[in-house]
Design a protein around this ligand. Structure first.
Ligand code: SAM
Length: 305
């Protein structure tokens, strides 16, 4: 591509022409290296007839390449200064720009028409660091299909998503994400590739949804995993005892799942957490019945008063 936006020179030119300095409050760090955006766009777009949804196009460094590889790109930008710049500087009929905070977008409504006509949807973004997790969880929780999500994020956060069992980065976020998705590291990116350059390194990760997992009540699973990691140094017995408000229940649950009470959460693989969840769903109805039996009925209460 001739004279790409993703270069120091063109970025400076556009910012001067449009009097559009970067705003820290919106996490604006523009990519100024064409090779990097090319690689992200290539990895992100699985099918040129699919639709690409970009979150935070900025002045268009990545957008320009996405428009090369896909026939339809929808870009959501929170900063009202940028849509006119994108319209003028990219001027592609592949591009539709929506000025909106993506956190306020109803993702299911957005995806429905594409699901209806079986158009694959790809998300691509160089995300502002402070909204990486909320944006990703919003996408993970969508009910409609997403073909792939390719995002640039802080390297440290990417390492947590990818963390292997037993490592110090492995936490509830790793377990919940690895339960939902296959993850692929597309590349690590040096901080000099951005203008202005951030204090930390970045990584591009790609998430595709797993279809081989059992159907479960995800919110309950998430609550269980978070409870197991509440205090990393403590044993599962300790953490589950606090969550279930009973040592007996915690012991029964661990025994049902065949897990030693002295184990710590970071030693469990995703499949172990699933076994723990399944054991919980088997035991909970009996716990509920016992609780119901122990509850005083109305006449007794009246008698007591
Ligand atoms: N894509 C451009 C690039 O790679 O050079 C810009 C990336 S910059 C890290 C993040 C962009 O996201 C900025 O343009 C910022 O204004 C935008 N942004 C921040 N919060 C947003 C939100 N909640 N919804 C949509 N866009 C947002």
């Amino acid at each position: 591509m001739e004279n790409p936006i993703a270069s120091k020179k063109r970025t400076r030119q556009i910012q001067e022409t449009w009097n559009a300095s970067t705003k820290k409050s919106f996490g604006q760090n523009f990519i100024v290296e064409a090779g990097v955006v090319d690689k992200i766009a290539k990895a992100a777009v699985g099918d040129p007839d699919g639709v690409v949804i970009e979150i935070g196009p900025g002045i268009g460094a990545l957008t320009q390449f996405l428009c090369e590889y896909a026939k339809r790109v929808i870009a959501f930008e929170i900063d009202p200064r940028f849509p006119p710049i994108l319209e003028k500087e990219i001027a592609s009929d592949h591009l539709e720009i929506i000025q909106k905070d993506f956190l306020e977008v109803d993702v299911n409504e957005l995806l429905k028409p594409f699901a209806k006509n079986h158009t694959p949807v790809y998300f691509a973004s160089n995300l502002p660091y402070y909204i990486t997790t909320p944006i990703l969880f919003k996408l993970f929780e969508a009910n409609e299909p997403i073909a792939a999500i390719t995002v640039m994020m802080q390297k440290e956060v990417a390492d947590r998503f990818m963390a292997k069992v037993g490592s110090k980065e492995y936490n509830a976020l790793s377990v919940i994400t690895q339960y939902r998705c296959h993850l692929k590291r597309i590349m690590d990116v040096n901080r000099n590739v951005f203008w202005p350059s951030p204090n930390v390194g970045s990584t591009v990760l790609q998430f595709t949804f797993r279809t081989d997992q059992p159907k479960i009540d995800e919110s309950r699973f998430v609550a269980l995993v978070k409870a197991c990691f509440v205090q990393r140094r403590k044993t599962l017995l300790n953490n589950l005892q606090s969550w279930l408000e009973s040592k007996d229940k915690a012991l029964a649950l661990l025994e049902e799942a065949g897990i030693e009470p002295a184990t710590r959460a970071q030693q469990l693989e995703v499949k172990d957490f699933l076994r723990l969840y399944e054991s919980l769903t088997r035991l909970e109805p009996a716990w509920k019945d016992t609780a119901d039996q122990n509850e005083p009925n109305e006449s007794k209460q009246e008698g007591q008063v």
